[in-house]
Design a protein around this ligand. Sequence first.
Ligand SMILES: Nc1nc2c(ncn2[C@@H]2O[C@H](COP(=O)(O)OP(=O)(O)OP(=O)(O)O)[C@@H](O)[C@H]2O)c(=O)[nH]1
Length: 337
Amino acid sequence: MKYHDSIAQAEQKMHAAIKQLQLWHIAATPINYAVSYEYLNQQTKTLNAAIEKQLASGKKLDNFFLEEIYRQYVLGQSAFRGELIDDLDDVLDDLQSNSEQSSLCTKRLVTQLDESIASLKSIDKREIINAIKQIRQTTQKFKLQQEKLAEQLLVSQKSTQALRSELDDVKKEIYFDALTGLYNRKAMAKHLDLWLSADPNKHVAAIVISIDQFSQMNESLGPMISDVLLTKIAKKVSSYVGESGLPVRSAGDEFLILLPDVKRVIAGEVAEKMRQSIEKLRFISSKSGTRLPQMTLSIGVSDYNVATTANDIINQTRALINDKTNIHTNHVNIAKD
Ligand SMILES: Nc1nc2c(ncn2[C@@H]2O[C@H](COP(=O)(O)OP(=O)(O)OP(=O)(O)O)[C@@H](O)[C@H]2O)c(=O)[nH]1
């Protein structure tokens, strides 16, 4: 535990954290619990401010929101990252000292050879024999040093491989949504930055996909089945864009697909295919064998210059779904020029 509470204090906070989750109408999952605990501790001002802001705006706190908070404010401070950075520092220091030693050895060898070669030209037989002896000794020493360095390099390589796989895990935590495996907003912002630095005139089409009446589904089916449905829909819609698009989980029951260099009309056609494919799906409960309610999607489509922020892209495309002049469920609304 991060805080040095007494057992009694910790127990009190534990109960309070669970109670807080009940007030927020959120299940006591480990992640939600960690955020609630941190919130009550009031040690991370930014975490408290983000939660207060969401509550003040009248929006509900849900699993998705708390997971984002967890990633941003709780996980970000974890000791694990500190250890990982220390390990990385060590490996880099090792690699640097190995390469410095290696270049020093090579320099020494070259100097020695230069000196000895001059003696080899001598007419004095003894000097020549001495020079050959020197060369033999120096190369022998060089060989031993190189062997030692190669061993050290092998050790560094092994640590690097282990670190790489740990880094991949951290990257997953930072850039991917744990439930659906889609990218998160942070990854979306990073991609926009990369595209912008490669080409400031680049355009990207955005498809925002919201599952209709998902809150009702959550209530009637429970969060576990709803999670499975959410994940299946996430996978299905992402399958329509493959490697050419960036699928993001942008909110609890909302996904966003970015399609670089794709025209709005084309993105609209892809969106229509997504809508139809989900409408046709028939979900069956593996537990009871009964048919689950039909799921439908409401989709907004637009396009932007890559300099537009992730938040603006999400909000502006999302507004197309909530456009009051349009039908409210199972529809695709493409932005007008
Ligand atoms: N199962 C599950 N539900 C989630 C998760 N994150 C958010 N939700 C729920 O998703 C629902 C989203 O509700 P709303 O934004 O009102 O969306 P909606 O009910 O689909 O309403 P419309 O979009 O207007 O059709 C809420 O009930 C959240 O609790 C999650 O990770 N898993």
